[in-house]
Design a protein around this ligand. Structure first.
Ligand SMILES: NC(=O)c1ccc[n+]([C@@H]2O[C@H](COP(=O)([O-])OP(=O)(O)OC[C@H]3O[C@@H](n4cnc5c(N)ncnc54)[C@H](O)[C@@H]3O)[C@@H](O)[C@H]2O)c1
Length: 251
């Protein structure tokens, strides 16, 4: 139903060369949107090459927005999604990893909003749909930077919702539990080390332990939620986390 309203609109999706971002970009293109996929790395499996940008660098965020506007002449939807994880106890947590994770997960969405704001204001129903995490609502040990940045991202979303209200711009934070992507697969060895478990036990005993439903979420399911939020039926969702966490935060 919503898809016909997305056709002809333009979106910018970060971290679009893998996992959730790739699924979101593909879903929005299927709905007829023009999508600027932005990523640090090329995507040999994707439909076209992403606009390459290291979003830890502030100027790269302005450049990504400028590239979308140069290519499409408009911007209706921004999906800050690029992310990384680092698993370590707080006393061993490398300070440079803290800085780079906060730069990517929190400062990049802020800069994308700042630079895209005039275009979103001009759009009929501008949308800012960040991919946060259930870790924006609850914590887990050994993820100090990630949990802190995702909590901060929800604060940014609330602020943008208030600032965007009169201009018809909505801002939401999608908060998934664990999704089947390389970001989760890469954590298995680290989680095995810090929890003292064999790698084969990590998925069930650590990763899926907080899920009430012991299943990973699929990237396409997150992409469907983004498409819904970007469409007309999503208009009342603003300033809120949209939680899809297999019952994690119900505890
Ligand atoms: N996988 C999960 O379980 C899960 C759960 C909740 C939230 N999330 C969030 O979803 C988002 C996407 O995660 P994913 O699981 O798809 O990860 P992923 O590792 O599959 O993809 C992340 C993408 O971000 C890109 N990226 C990393 N650093 C970058 C940088 N400096 N500049 C530009 N691009 C960069 C990577 O190249 C990669 O293509 C992240 O924000 C993550 O925190 C993931």
């Amino acid at each position: 139903m919503s898809d016909q309203h997305l056709a002809g609109r333009a979106a910018l999706v970060t971290g679009a060369a893998s996992g959730i971002g790739r699924a979101v970009a593909a879903r929005l293109e299927d709905a007829g949107m023009s999508v600027l996929a932005v990523d640090l790395q090329p995507d040999p499996d994707g439909p076209g090459s992403p606009f390459q940008a290291n979003l830890i660098e502030p100027a790269a965020n302005a450049a990504a927005v400028a590239a979308a506007l140069a290519r499409f002449g408009r911007l209706d939807l921004v999906v800050p999604n690029a992310g990384v994880q680092h698993v370590a106890p707080v006393e061993e947590f490398p300070e440079e990893r803290w800085q780079s994770i906060v730069a990517l997960l929190l400062t990049s969405p802020f800069l994308l909003a700042k630079h895209a704001w005039p275009a979103l204001r001009e759009a009929d129903s501008g949308r800012f749909v960040a991919i946060a995490s259930v870790h924006g609502l609850v914590a887990s040990p050994f993820k100090a930077a990630y949990v802190s940045a995702k909590h901060g991202l929800i604060g940014l979303i609330k602020t943008l919702a208030l600032e965007g209200a009169d201009a018809g711009i909505t801002a939401v934070a999608v908060c998934p539990g664990y999704v089947r992507t390389p970001l989760v697969e890469k954590q298995i060895a680290d989680q095995a080390r810090v929890h003292g478990l064999p790698e084969e036990d990590v998925l069930e005993q650590v990763i899926l332990a907080p899920h009430a439903v012991k299943q990973l979420i699929e990237p396409a399911e997150v992409a469907d939620v983004v498409a819904f939020l970007a469409g007309p039926s999503g208009r009342a969702f603003t300033g809120v986390p949209v939680t899809m966490d297999q019952g994690w935060s119900a505890r």
